[in-house]
Design a protein around this ligand. Structure first.
Ligand code: GLA
Length: 400
């Protein structure tokens, strides 16, 4: 966050709440490099935190009330903690979900004044909601001085989303927002769960381009939950027919899927095939990262998109068009849709010397000819949540 933005936020906080903020935290959005719709199937995913983030200035209150305001969303909230999600303003539900989860752990949360600010594009597959959850959880963690690990903060934020807002998301978004490290992708094994930072072995030659499709619809809760239950159904059939007790779809070998395929209907077979093959691609992508093999990594991105579009059916014409346009540009090593799908963004691996040309052409050719001007930018892997100041720490915190 720039000094100018920070000063503006502090001034705004003071005007709104007539007090000085005593905490300032941030949590980033994310882009998933590869391993899509894998987290809730118990496999390995490989996201990075991006430069867009949610910032939160806050101060505890003595009356158990929550006064929540956002610089981007018009509606505000003032009152006690609601038991159930609100229709309007809906963004506050991510905050309330987190408070409920801390309470479920037996912790007492005082009320607070909070000002949210951010530049994570919404409904774009870049996890703005997870960033709100993790920023809120990071603030409460600092306020109560809990000894939660970053992974525990991520798990609590995921439960907030599952239990309060009803989206049965996996752990990926909250994990990378809480645990990301500068210059590294996060290898998250969702079955355990376990995290490891993996330095991006080809970052001296390449950059990641995040380009929006112009479709802001995002994957609806119902379509997302439907994919999830189709995977559960496929796993049940595979276990019954093969007589083996697989813990999750990612641990089913392709040879077993091939053997039982006649017992699965076409939709379930394609869903399972995407998951099992995507998991293999993540393992190969990790290898490519270690070996600095950017070309191989790019090819895996292309294959992932095909599988998401054909087998998992979470793409849309605008995403497909943008993906093929980018895939055919010299300097782009690979491209695919990223996040839940049905709109939102693509992720491309681009050779460093071509980045300016690609961004210019993308805007002047692809977007201009369609009359759209959605977000498109390069981002490195940024660090996960941090506190910029707290009453006891007036310095910029790097890592715990
Ligand atoms: C959304 C969910 C994640 C993950 C992705 C798809 O972003 O929140 O948990 O399932 O979709 O990979």
């Amino acid at each position: 966050m720039t000094q100018q933005r920070f000063t503006k936020l502090k001034d705004y906080f003071r005007e709104t709440f007539e007090q000085e903020p005593s905490y300032c935290v941030r949590a980033p959005g994310r882009v998933n490099l590869i391993g899509e719709h894998i987290d809730y199937n118990g496999g390995l995913v490989l996201p990075i935190a991006i430069k867009c983030e949610i910032r939160l200035l806050a101060r505890p209150r003595k009356d158990k009330q929550f006064h929540l305001k956002s610089l981007q969303m018009e509606k505000t909230y003032k009152g006690m903690l609601p038991e159930n999600p609100l229709d309007e303003p809906s963004w506050v539900n991510y905050v309330f979900g987190v408070i409920h989860e801390f309470q479920n752990e037996g912790l007492e949360i005082p009320g607070f004044d909070a000002l949210y600010d951010g530049d994570v594009p919404v409904s774009s597959g870049l996890s703005s909601s997870a960033a709100i959850e993790v920023a809120s959880a990071w603030f409460i963690h600092n306020l109560l001085q809990t000894n939660y690990s970053r992974l525990q903060i991520a798990l609590l934020s995921q439960r907030a989303e599952n239990n309060f807002t009803g989206v049965q998301c996996g752990l990926m978004d909250q994990a990378i927002s809480a645990c990301g490290e500068k210059g590294s992708a996060l290898r998250l094994d969702c079955a355990i769960p376990q995290i490891e930072s993996i330095p991006i072995g080809f970052s001296n030659q390449t950059e990641f381009l995040i380009a929006h499709s112009g479709v802001y619809r995002g994957l609806s809760t119902s379509a997302y939950n439907e994919r999830r239950s189709q995977c559960e159904e496929a796993l049940e059939v595979i276990c019954n027919i093969s007589g083996k007790n697989y813990d999750n779809l990612c641990s089913v070998p392709m040879s077993v899927l091939n053997k039982v395929q006649n017992n699965l209907n076409d939709v379930l077979l394609r869903r399972a095939r995407h998951v099992i093959k995507e998991q293999q691609r993540v393992i190969q992508a990790l290898d490519a990262l270690h070996n600095g093999n950017a070309k191989r990594f790019g090819k895996l991105l292309n294959a992932s998109h095909k599988s998401l579009a054909r087998d998992y059916e979470v793409s849309c014409p605008e995403l497909d068009e943008l993906t093929s346009w980018l895939q055919s540009r010299p300097g782009v090593l690979g491209c695919r849709l990223t996040g839940a799908g049905f709109g939102g963004c693509t992720i491309s691996l681009v050779q460093k010397h071509m980045i300016e040309k690609i961004l210019t052409d993308l805007k002047s050719e692809f977007y201009a000819s369609r009359g759209i001007n959605p977000p498109a930018f390069f981002s490195e892997a940024e660090p996960g949540a941090s506190a910029l100041f707290t009453p006891t720490r007036a310095i910029i915190e790097k890592r715990d």
